[in-house]
Design a protein around this ligand. Structure first.
Ligand code: ADP
Ligand code: MG
Ligand code: MG
Length: 249
């Protein structure tokens, strides 16, 4: 599904990713943990094609295609979805309108027909309640006046409707209380499938109690420095990132 080789990327003069290797097979959930500033969000932005990030070396193959050759909208159409660490508010655009536009943009790029109004409403009404998204939240501007937890749940609703092949979750757990964490995790777990891969980025172990990964990676200074099973997350919870911080110092 995803094969990243020797990825180097920078913002301006600042090299952030420094030779990152990562392979995620079909159907697997991989977690990336690491201290603040190690480049986790940068990796998610580079994969989703956010402008301002310059790839200076390496390759990313996604479903057999050269991901880096595609612009951000083509990547989304190909099935890459990024749930943001800080979801943005879009005043004046109703959440429903946005969700439908996102679905239709993706369908159009795939050469499919637009979803009909009844089908769309049926789908949203089936999926939104499980994520605690009310009718009112669907009518309001995208994320406008939403709490931190509501914004994250709304990201998972988008992800659910778009049915991506690769889901990237950047610190979706940050700012969530335990109940919201469970709702978000259930939404993510419901999307686990042999045809879908997930990259779950987190600073804390607790998310991985709910979304149990196949592989855990530790990222430090722009590279993957360790990989292991779920037990690696527990070990990090014990030891913290002190060893890596010392190294950084
Ligand atoms: P993480 O998500 O692991 O906390 P980030 O990817 O956000 O790490 O940041 C990695 C490094 O890149 C940090 O040193 C940060 O200061 C730097 N950085 C992030 N965004 C920018 C930017 N827009 N311009 C310059 N440096 C940045
Ligand atoms: Mg950070
Ligand atoms: Mg980050």
């Amino acid at each position: 599904m995803l094969e990243i080789r020797n990825l180097h990327a920078r913002i301006g003069e600042n090299e952030i990713l420094k030779g990152l290797d990562l392979t995620i097979p079909d159907g697997e959930v991989h977690a990336i943990m690491g201290p603040n500033g190690s480049g986790k969000s940068t990796l998610s932005y580079v994969l989703s094609g956010k402008p301002d990030y310059e790839v200076t070396d390496g390759s990313v193959s996604f479903d057999g295609a050269d991901l880096l050759a595609l612009d951000a909208s083509a990547r989304a159409a190909a099935g890459v979805f990024l749930a943001f660490q800080y979801p943005i508010e879009i005043p004046g655009v109703a959440n429903m309108t946005f969700l439908r536009a996102a679905m239709n943009a993706q369908r159009k790029a795939r050469g499919e027909e637009e979803i009909s109004t009844p089908d769309f409403l049926k789908l949203v009404r089936a999926k939104a309640p499980d994520l605690g998204i009310s009718q009112d939240m669907l009518r309001r501007g995208v994320n406008v006046g939403f709490s931190g937890g509501e914004k994250k749940r709304n990201e998972i609703l988008q992800m659910t409707l778009l049915e991506p092949k690769l889901c990237i979750l950047d610190e979706t757990d940050s700012g969530l209380d335990i109940d919201a964490l469970k709702v978000v995790s259930q939404g993510v777990n419901a999307l686990r499938s042999p045809k879908r891969s997930m990259l779950v980025i987190t600073h804390y172990q607790r998310l991985l109690d709910h979304i149990v990964p196949d592989v855990v990676h530790v990222m430090h200074k722009g590279r993957i420095v360790r990989s292991g099973g779920p037990e690696l997350a527990l070990e990090l919870e014990e030891s913290g990132y002190a060893a890596y911080a010392q190294d950084a110092a």
